[in-house]
Structure formats: structure tokens, C-alpha cells
Design a protein around this ligand. Structure first.
Ligand code: AKG
Ligand code: FE2
Ligand code: ZN
Length: 661
């Protein structure tokens, strides 16, 4: 009687085993596909635990506890935001036993059930752990207030009176706020300096502010306080506190729960900083003026597991990270109202130093040079890292042109950006040049030949190249004369018989009843230009980004961009009616049809993939009308236009050099 029962059991078990094996194989395929991690077919001392990562909510403590049942864990690497971890054991016997115990094991994590799948991998290289330091001018002072002072401060905030006149209490989408001294208004991102709130700063803050003066963090007492209360899951969008509203030093005292604040530099670098309860954050100089700060709305933060190392930077050392569940955090942000315009060293992000209205369409050569320096060269330098991160995929017809070149041809890419066309045809010797030092450095890091130079004066020999390309460059020249000079310079480089390919942005973004990709593309992909393919984003990332913004704050940032269009400055109005002047450049609204040929196009700087708007930069463009590019080219001697076409929002020509100019 017993034998058949055993058989049924073993059949059932083998069915379950098969299912488990299938899922385990699937998990290792996902690892390989997404992160290039190959699993080993034979047992090793290192086990990769799929679904056992910080990225899917498993804490170091919990995972460590299960793995240790199998044997002593020598190291546990938990890469930030990834749904897997790597555990290394002292012996094969221990790793095999942990594998058996954990594969298919169901963990309970914050009310969810998570099944772990294990595979063996070759021992993981920990990599050089980059040492990330705090942004310049930033410091975190631990235990700045005592637990008693913390309770007194928290008790002093009365949230029961809503919308009162004394503290301007407001409920925002992702937190609630109360202002003392002056109200900070999220509609215009500024304070009404002539409308102080009646009671000034609460007395309970006196002692700690005096300490800030004594310790030399500030020299004058603040006169504005914003109390922010964040429940778990809430946050504040990345922003720079308006320069013209507040003086340099900003103090923020953290009370209640620990959180992580993200700082981002315009070049794309980001630093996550842990703010422990009762600590004081001091932001000065570069960290106050240039870096954005924000708190991502979420319920868990990735934080260093050990507090032995007294650094508040989450330096993503994967062998020392865990999850911290957020509780309610209340911050007291103290600032000093500014009465004179800001003269900081960061004009590109300074509202006091922003031109009162956009520059005029240049007429004189010197105006054109100045305009291009300020609205092309400087901007590319400042946005280089972010720009490069959005420029990967070659445009298909440019790639076809490069692949059509004979072997051993010599090709120059004038305005090569991050070098995305320099490696397309390995049979061709490709040389790039660009005006941006940062972009040329990126080319060099990628192993390409590139030099820094101006497209009007390329330091390369005449008649030396079989092909020259200039993709999305000539539209950045601000006068007809300079655009002509740029084409002339391209042709100078060509051998007789050599060919040039030029792309410029088209005024017509709807052609033959077809809207270009630029018009059709989702608003979230603000900076996508022409038919550039950015890395595909998941819909989740797009939703997160939207959720990052408080409605009022995102509207305010849009308004700031458009404010540039209006000539609100009385001095400007006077100038406008007096002399005959060229029109002011209009500021383009991304993803809409062009309303003029000469314009400024906003670039919304985003930190890494998930960052939200920080600074807005403006690039000058002259968008070409149908026929304009051919007309420009035929006015240069020694060439013929072999082909001209419209390609996804761009006008394009292929030129052939017929004789020496
Ligand atoms: O919560 C904090 O520490 C920062 C608040 C903040 O950045 C602000 O109110 O501008
Ligand atoms: Fe702030
Ligand atoms: Zn400033």
C-alpha cells in the first residue's frame, strides 16, 4: 500500500522541481539579458539570489538571516536598486547548502511574498568602489539638537490651524508646509519681501540659531523659516532655492525620521546624502547655488548598513547597503531674505543674472559671436553629460551614408558631439571635431579621434577628406553669412570628388501630411531633438517623474521659461520704441510647431534617467525652410548638390566637390 503513495509524492515533487527549475532558468536569462550577468553551470562559492535585492524591497538583514542558514556568508553584495544580490561563501559545501535552502524559498517582506531563485556565478568583482564626496559647500552636522530640543521644536509647530495668516500653512501634493517670517510662494518661487508675516520666527529656534552663529555657520540671523512635514512616501522635487529670494547659506534641520536627499550637478553627477534625525544640513556656495536638492517620494531609502563610517554619502558600496523604512520627517529650513540681486558665480542658473528678455536676432558679426558663445557653446558645455546620455542611436540615413564610403576612406565629422558617428564604419578613418571640450573628452574616453575647434576654422588640411559630415550643427550659426562660411569650410576639407552630408533642423515639422517624430513624441521626452532615439523609458519611469512634481511647482518652472518672452522690463520697452532694432528671439515651446526661424529652444536638464527638471538652458537655433539649405550650398563655388531630402524633421543634402574653390 505504501509504494504507490510514495510514487505519487515523488511525481508531485518532481513536477514542482521542474517548475522551480524553469523559473530559476528564466531568472538567469533575465540576469543575462538585462545586466550581462552569466550564471555558472557548476557550483561555485558565489550564489546570485534573484529577487533577493534592495531593488525589490529585501533588506540586507533579512537576506543575511536566510543565507546564513546555509553557511557563513563571507560577503553579501547588494547593488543599489537591483532585484538581486551576490553572496560569497567560504566553501563550496556552504554555498551549495545555501543554494538548496534558498532556491524557491518564499520570503515575507512588508506584506508581500517574494520567491527567491538562486544560481551559481563566478566570484563577483566588487569593482573599485568610487569614493563620492559631498557637493562643495555642503555639510551635515550630526546631533545638532538634543532629543529634548527636538521634541520642543516639533511641539511648537501647530498644524491644527489651516491656511492661517500667521504661518501661511499649505497642503502640497507631496508634503505640508508652514512658513514663518515670510511666506515662500510656490506659484512664483519667490517671497513677497514687503509682506512679512506678523510673528517672525518662533522663539523656540533662538538657541539653535545662536549656536549656528557661534559655530560660524552663519554671520547674520535668518529671517525666514519653512517647516516641511513629509510622511513616509512623500518628498520634494529637485530644485535650487531661488537665488534672488535668499542669501547664500541655507540651513535645514532634520527632525523625526531619517531620509535621503539627492543632490545633482547640472553635468549629471548626483550624490545621495543621508540626513539623520537631529542633524543640521548646511548648504553654501556651489551646493546651494548650482546643485539641485530634492527628496524622492518613496517609502524606503537605500542607506549604508553600518554607521561606523561617519560619512553621510550613500556611496553605493554594494557590500554595505541596506533599506531604511521612512517615517515622518519634519525639517526646519532657515534662510535669510536677499535684498540685492544675486551675483553668484553661476549665471546659467541664476535668476538675478538671467537676461530680462531674450537677446535680439543678431545683425552684426560681433552680436552673432556673442549670441553663439552664450546660447550655443556655453550651453553645450554645461549640458554635455546629460546631452550625451540622450544621444546613442545613429540616424539610419547618416549611418547608410557612412557605410557607403569606400574602405580606407578618410572622413571628418564637423560637430561630432559625443562621437556617435565616429565608430559606425570601422573601415573608414574617422576624425571628429567639436566646439565643446566636454563632448570631445567623451569622444576621447570612447577611444575616438576628436579635436576641439570651431566649425568656421577647422585646423585640418584642405582637400584631404573623402567625406565630411555635419549633422545638426549648421543650424546653430546665427547669421546667413556664418552659415555660408560653415558650408564653405566643410567643402574646403573635401578632395575633389569627395562628398559631404549635411543635416539641419527643419522649420516644417509637418511634411506631406505627416507630423515629425519631434511633434509626435511624448512630452516627457522634452529634450529629444529631431529623430534622435533616446534609450527607451519604461512607462513606470515616466509616471515616477510626473509624480515627482508638486503641481504648483512644476507650473512655476514652466512659467519661468515663458516669462522670458514678455518684455516686462520698463527699460526694454523704452528701448523698443526708440530705435529700429531687430526682433527679439522667441523662446520655443518644446514639441510644438515652430513659429519663427530664429529661436531659443529650452533644454530641461535632468539628472540621471529618473531625475526631474532642474535648470533650464536655452540653445539658439536657426531652423531651415524648405529649399533654404540647397540655396545656401549652391552659393558656395566648386560643388554640386547630388541629393536633397527631408528626413524626420530635418532638411538634408549630399554635396560633391566638383573642383577646387
Ligand atoms: O526638507 C528639507 O530639508 C529641504 C526643504 C527645502 O529644500 C525647501 O523647502 O526649499
Ligand atoms: Fe530647498
Ligand atoms: Zn545667483
Amino acid at each position: 500500500m505504501e509504494a504507490p503513495v510514495q510514487n505519487v509524492k515523488s511525481v508531485r515533487r518532481s513536477k514542482e522541481d521542474k517548475k522551480l527549475l524553469k523559473r530559476q532558468i528564466k531568472a538567469s536569462h533575465i540576469l543575462l539579458k538585462h545586466d550581462g550577468i552569466t550564471t555558472a553551470s557548476q557550483p561555485t562559492q558565489c550564489v546570485v539570489v534573484c529577487n533577493g535585492g534592495l531593488g525589490n524591497g529585501v533588506s540586507r538583514e533579512l537576506l543575511m538571516a536566510v543565507l546564513t542558514e546555509g553557511g557563513a556568508v563571507e560577503s553579501l553584495l547588494m547593488p543599489p536598486n537591483k532585484p538581486y544580490s551576490f553572496a560569497t561563501f567560504a566553501s563550496l559545501q556552504e554555498s551549495q547548502s545555501a543554494h538548496t535552502l534558498c532556491n524557491g524559498r518564499v520570503l515575507e517582506c512588508n506584506g508581500h511574498h517574494i520567491t527567491l531563485y538562486c544560481s551559481y556565478v563566478l566570484p563577483v568583482d566588487r569593482g573599485e568602489c568610487e569614493s563620492v564626496s559631498l557637493p562643495p559647500g555642503l555639510c551635515v552636522l550630526e546631533d545638532f539638537v538634543s532629543p529634548e530640543e527636538e521634541s520642543r521644536l516639533l511641539q511648537a509647530v501647530d498644524w491644527t490651524s489651516h491656511n492661517d495668516d500667521v504661518t501661511a500653512q499649505r497642503e502640497l501634493k507631496h508634503r505640508r508646509v508652514k512658513h514663518y517670517g515670510y511666506e515662500f510662494r510656490y506659484d512664483n518661487n519667490n517671497v513677497d519681501k514687503d509682506k512679512p508675516l506678523p510673528n517672525g520666527l518662533p522663539l523656540v529656534c533662538d538657541a539653535l540659531l545662536q549656536r549656528c552663529v557661534c559655530d560660524g555657520h552663519i554671520s547674520v540671523l535668518p529671517d525666514q523659516l519653512t517647516v516641511n512635514e513629509y510622511e513616509s512616501g512623500q518628498g520634494i522635487p529637485p530644485h535650487v532655492d531661488t537665488h534672488s529670494a535668499f542669501e547664500d547659506t541655507i540651513l535645514s534641520l532634520s527632525l523625526g525620521a531619517k531620509t535621503v536627499m539627492d543632490f545633482r550637478h547640472p553635468d549629471g553627477r548626483s550624490v545621495a546624502v543621508v540626513l539623520p534625525p537631529r542633524s543640521l544640513l548646511v548648504m553654501k556656495g556651489e551646493s546651494r547655488y548650482l546643485w539641485t536638492h530634492g527628496i524622492t517620494p518613496r517609502k524606503f531609502d537605500v542607506v549604508p548598513a553600518s554607521t561606523a563610517e561617519r560619512s553621510w554619502v550613500v556611496n553605493f558600496n554594494p557590500s554595505d547597503l541596506t533599506l531604511n523604512q521612512r517615517g515622518t520627517r519634519t525639517s526646519f529650513t532657515f534662510r535669510k531674505i536677499r535684498y540685492t540681486p544675486c551675483d553668484c558665480a553661476y549665471p546659467s542658473v541664476c535668476d538675478s543674472q538671467r537676461p530680462p528678455s531674450p537677446p535680439r536676432v543678431p545683425v552684426a558679426r560681433s552680436d552673432a559671436c556673442q549670441l553663439e558663445e552664450r546660447y550655443v557653446h556655453r550651453v553645450y558645455e554645461e549640458i554635455s553629460a546629460h546631452f550625451s546620455s540622450t544621444r546613442h542611436a545613429p540616424w539610419p540615413r547618416v549611418r547608410d551614408f557612412l557605410l557607403s564610403l569606400p574602405n580606407d576612406a578618410i572622413m571628418a565629422d564637423i560637430g561630432c558631439g559625443n562621437g556617435k558617428y565616429l565608430g559606425i564604419n570601422p573601415q573608414v578613418f574617422s576624425l571628429g571635431c567639436d566646439r565643446s571640450v566636454n563632448l570631445v573628452s567623451i569622444c576621447a574616453e570612447r577611444g575616438f579621434h576628436a579635436v576641439v575647434c570651431d566649425a568656421l576654422s577647422v585646423p585640418l588640411r584642405s582637400s584631404a577628406f573623402d567625406a565630411v559630415i555635419s549633422i545638426a550643427v549648421i543650424h546653430h550659426f546665427s547669421t546667413q553669412e556664418r552659415r555660408l562660411a560653415a558650408v564653405t569650410e566643410l567643402v574646403r576639407l573635401l578632395k575633389v570628388g569627395g562628398r559631404a552630408l549635411i543635416y539641419v533642423w527643419a522649420m516644417e515639422q509637418e511634411y506631406k501630411n505627416q507630423k515629425s517624430k519631434y511633434l509626435k513624441t511624448n512630452k516627457n521626452m522634452e529634450n529629444q531633438e529631431n529623430m534622435e532615439n533616446m534609450e527607451p523609458k519604461t512607462s513606470k519611469e515616466n509616471t515616477e517623474r510626473r509624480n515627482d512634481l508638486d503641481e504648483t511647482e512644476s507650473e512655476a518652472s514652466v512659467r519661468q521659461v515663458h516669462a522670458g518672452n514678455a518684455s516686462s522690463n520698463p527699460a526694454d520697452a523704452e528701448e523698443d520704441c526708440g530705435k529700429e532694432t531687430s526682433p527679439r528671439l522667441s523662446v520655443h515651446t518644446n514639441r510644438t510647431a515652430f513659429v519663427s526661424q530664429d529661436l531659443l529652444v529650452p533644454w530641461h536638464l535632468k539628472g540621471e534617467v529618473k531625475a526631474s527638471p532642474g535648470a533650464v538652458f536655452h540653445r539658439f537655433y536657426h531652423v531651415f525652410q524648405r529649399g533654404e539649405l540647397e540655396d545656401l550650398c549652391v552659393s558656395v563655388s566648386g560643388l554640386e548638390v547630388q541629393q536633397s531630402y527631408y528626413d524626420q524633421g530635418n532638411w538634408c543634402v549630399v554635396l560633391r566637390k566638383t573642383h577646387q574653390q
